[in-house]
Design a protein around this ligand. Structure first.
Ligand SMILES: [Zn+2]
Length: 263
């Protein structure tokens, strides 16, 4: 059975098989996502992903043992901090927030913690944290990536010519629209291209040779920093539904193996 962690009473929690139950912690962010999408885009996607996952998992195993932890609404968003409204922890604070939550869970006997990364900037901290937790506490911290952005069903949703789509672009904007179209102001959208790297062959924001990037590197055609990758103008709720559903389905086989994992 999949339930919300916060809904259980203390007595109900005492009845949970905490050694076997997975605690899924969705990791959001509160940061600019261009003109058109809300600051809480990653948070909104994180919340939606838990519901899509619940549906997919319960279709396979109605007794799937998982508790959904509340979404952590702020993450590591250093790269966006100069854009209005972005909120970030420092890396050390974020590490310790997650560390303290996981230590508390471990104290109650939970062994399986699945960290659902819904913002790429959170991933490096989660990678370091998961190894430290495993080594220090002997628990099993798993890392799940929320978006199946290279899956063919997902790439098929991207409009032709929109080659730079990632942060705040068509895919993320579509996912928010799938949740609540009124949160997106598509008429204000502008496309962002990686102006600083556009002509580079080797030095990229990601890859074998990269730089600690800031989202000002992504600019509009006329050179104004916009901080998003791609062109959100083709976003739609239906595309968002496909992306969320596909991304959830991609995680199911791994979660079934986490269910059966013996620490
Ligand atoms: Zn995002």
């Amino acid at each position: 059975m999949i339930r919300n962690y916060r809904d259980l009473t203390r007595l109900e929690m005492e009845q949970v098989n905490r050694e076997e139950t997975i605690v899924l912690i969705p990791l959001g962010a509160l940061e600019q996502h261009g003109n058109q999408a809300p600051l809480g885009t990653d948070d909104i996607i994180a919340e939606a992903m838990t519901q899509y996952l619940k549906k997919e998992l319960e279709a396979v195993d109605p007794d799937f043992p998982m508790l959904l932890f509340p979404v952590i609404p702020v993450g590591l968003s250093t790269e966006h901090k100069n854009f209005c409204g972005s909120i970030t922890f420092t890396p050390a604070t974020y590490y310790h927030v997650l560390y303290d939550i996981c230590v508390s869970l471990a104290r109650h006997g939970f062994k399986k913690i699945a960290l659902l990364v819904c913002h790429g900037g959170n991933a490096p901290v989660v990678q370091v944290l998961s190894r430290e937790l495993r080594s220090e506490l002997g628990i099993s911290p798993f890392i799940l990536s929320s978006g199946a952005f290279s899956h063919p069903d997902v790439t098929a949703t991207i409009s032709p010519g929109n080659v730079w789509d990632f942060h705040g672009g068509e895919m993320e904007t579509s996912m928010v629209m799938a949740v609540d179209p009124s949160l997106v102001k598509l008429e204000t959208s502008q496309a962002g291209i990686p102006a600083a790297f556009k002509d580079n062959k080797a030095l990229k924001p990601y890859g074998n040779v990269s730089i600690g990037w800031v989202s000002e590197d992504w600019k509009t055609e006329d050179g104004t920093p916009i901080g998003i990758g791609g062109d959100p103008s083709g976003a739609s709720a239906e595309k968002g539904r496909i992306i969320l559903e596909t991304s959830a389905k991609v995680l199911v086989p791994g979660l079934l193996e986490i269910r059966d994992w013996k620490a």
